[in-house]
Every structure is written in structure tokens, then in C-alpha cells.
Design a protein around this ligand. Structure first.
Ligand SMILES: [Zn+2]
Length: 120
């Protein structure tokens, strides 16, 4: 049977070591100030926390792993936001192939790059 601690919101009275079934309703009435202002104080949580495998060290280790995952996620999102240029300029400017462009004179290349025109 779990043991509960209660505290009064109104007068601050503490009621310790109340034996209750889990299914019992929470106590409400404060025996000190006679108000329905008692609330159950959660106890025992820290003990099970310390007894488990969650030592400070393992928590730190887990946090590091989480941080790494978050960094990886952030980098993936960055790549999504700034994708590499889809195509080189010579595919966007007009429809000439790289081979054809290489055959151009410098002036023709400049004109082609600047205007996307192919004038021989
Ligand atoms: Zn009270």
C-alpha cells in the first residue's frame, strides 16, 4: 500500500505517511484549517529515479546523443533550405550543349552566357 504525503494549500499544514490504496480518493479536507485545500505531494519519484539506470552519467551521455541527432537534423534541414544549384548555367541559358559552347569563340560564349542567344 503506497504512502502519501499531503500538504495544505491554505495553511501549509503537512500530513505525512498517509496509508492509502491507489484506488482511494485523495484526501481533501485539512484537519488544521478545516478547508478542502489539501493536495497530494508526490514522493518516492526521486528514489526510483536514483535507483534506476538513469545515473547522471548516462543522462549526460543520452543528452549528447540527442544533441548529435538534433545537429544532424539541423544540417539536413539546412541542405533542404539551400539545395545545390540544379543545373549549370549552360543548361539554363538556352539549349546548347557544353560541347557546342566549347566550340564558341570567347565573344560568342560571353553573348551566349549573358543573353542566352546563339548567333553565328
Ligand atoms: Zn490547512
Amino acid at each position: 500500500m503506497p504512502i502519501y504525503d499531503y500538504e495544505c494549500r491554505n495553511c501549509g499544514a503537512e500530513v505525512s505517511d498517509v496509508f492509502q490504496k491507489v484506488t482511494d480518493p485523495e484526501l481533501k479536507k485539512c484537519s488544521t484549517c478545516n478547508q478542502d485545500t489539501l493536495y497530494r505531494v508526490v514522493t518516492g519519484g526521486l528514489h526510483s529515479f536514483m535507483a534506476g539506470s538513469n545515473t547522471i552519467g548516462s543522462i549526460a551521455d543520452r543528452n549528447t546523443r540527442i544533441n548529435k541527432n538534433q545537429i544532424n537534423e539541423m544540417e539536413a534541414k539546412k541542405r533542404e533550405a539551400n539545395p545545390a544549384p540544379e543545373k549549370p548555367w549552360h543548361h539554363k541559358q538556352g539549349n546548347k550543349s557544353l560541347k557546342e559552347i566549347n566550340k564558341m569563340s570567347d565573344n560568342q560564349k560571353t553573348k551566349y552566357i549573358m543573353e542566352g542567344k546563339w548567333n553565328i
